[in-house]
Design a protein. Sequence first.
Lengths: 237, 237
Amino acid sequence: MQKKYLTIYDDLVKKIKGKEIPVNTMLPSENELTVQYETSRETIRKALNLLSQNGYIQKIRGKGSIVIDVHKFSFPVSGIVSYKELSKQLHLSSKTIVQELGFIKEDEEIGKELDTTLEHVWKVIRTREISGEKIILDKDYFNNQQVPILTKDICENSIYEYIEGQLGLTIGFAQKEIVVEEPTEEDRRYLDLEGFSNIVVIKNHVYLEDTSLFQYTESRHRPDKFRFIDFARRIQG
Amino acid sequence: MQKKYLTIYDDLVKKIKGKEIPVNTMLPSENELTVQYETSRETIRKALNLLSQNGYIQKIRGKGSIVIDVHKFSFPVSGIVSYKELSKQLHLSSKTIVQELGFIKEDEEIGKELDTTLEHVWKVIRTREISGEKIILDKDYFNNQQVPILTKDICENSIYEYIEGQLGLTIGFAQKEIVVEEPTEEDRRYLDLEGFSNIVVIKNHVYLEDTSLFQYTESRHRPDKFRFIDFARRIQG
DNA sequence: GAGTGGTCTAGACCACATC
DNA sequence: ATGTGGTCTAGACCACTCT
């Protein structure tokens, strides 16, 4: 049995995306929805809060909930966190080339950040090619206790689906940092940098549900193809 | 009377920041907190969900809520939306210089995006100087129906505090976009760009509670001083 | 005054972790 | 078996908007 508030959320998203409930119109009131879905008001409110957090509606006290259209903008690298979402976005018409796959050498700093008790840390370097140009350099580091096996084949498809699907690991939270750096020798070797003198770096720390650091990722983008969109709600109260 | 779940949230944040509840320790259980704060469990859960969303704790089913330390990293330009937060961050040891203040000319595109029925749209250009260098160029556009008066003095201090405090407007949500562009003539005139050939642009659309677009802001940063941090939780379920 | 969303309660059952 | 967080209920009162 699916969670009730999620089925209601999914149903409303479907109706909004299918224009059954058009942008700039009001949703039925919370009391009306409790009747339609035969549930309690708090459950309806959980569904509506999800819609609000994800940018589908704006709730207005005393009036109702209005459908907004922030979603008409695409979300290339948004405030994600599901691996499935991430992989969907990264694989939009892009070709992946595995450049390196193995364990890190002992002198690399990242080994200290990931769990210190382990002997080996996976290191994967991949380039993303979009319409014939190598635009993105992805460097992934995994704890090999949680990810025992990693093949070139897995890396060419989706590491994320493998981790969530095959390994069944659950992500707790992630912290992302965006900075601009000068290209390294490695960037110049693996990317079609042309004349660009800067590179946009997205550093991502991924933690498991038990709060242990599980993965560190650097996604290095050519600046002309980089775009980040973020949707934020006002602080509660 | 302050909302109960907010006072509980504030109290727990204070205790976490004051190390009274140290990082990597468990919070009291939800049932215990209902006794401590003399309230219902759902109210406690609202407070804990806020803590979780803001990166203070990680909830683990069957075990409890653990205090995490994502907040040890500073949040220079995070996924905020309160004007007070924004202004606090922007004014950290920075000097503000108002370069231009007036109404836009008719040919500027932004006039179409903001409400079309109005005759005038405020345009403010300011530079932020940090340790003697002009690093950030802020271009703000306001609807003059909601912001009738704007002086150089207000702009030099905090426009945001003026809007929330004096005008009493309530922000609904915001959409932020980050891209990298080549510097314009304006950038070169107002900023200490030295040799940099790229500029990081944060485009911000701010909407009021009634979903009308109220402000558009471009914050143009020299790439070497730019840093963006984002904290994200996993999708519910 | 009627209708809306925001907060709060007291209780219930469930899934999961631990011992 | 006990304790934890996750979901759900049925009802209450409040602040706000609109007519």
